[in-house]
Design a protein around this ligand. Sequence first.
Ligand SMILES: [Zn+2]
Length: 63
Amino acid sequence: MRFFYTCKQAHQMLSEGLDRELNVAERAQLKLHLGMCRSCTNFKNQMTLMRQAMKKMSKDGGE
Ligand SMILES: [Zn+2]
C-alpha cells in the first residue's frame, strides 16, 4: 500500500467522498495529500462549491 496518494487518486477519493463516507485510512491519506498539494486543495474547494450550488439548484427546482 502506498503511503501517499497521487493527484489522480486524491481526485478520485474527493469524488467518491461526495457519494459515500470515506473510511479513516482514506480520509487520513487524502488529508496528507491535500496538506502538501495546492492543486488538489483547489480541486476540493471547487467540488465543494459545485456541490453546494447543485444542492441549492435541486432544492429550488424540486420539492
Ligand atoms: Zn494533488
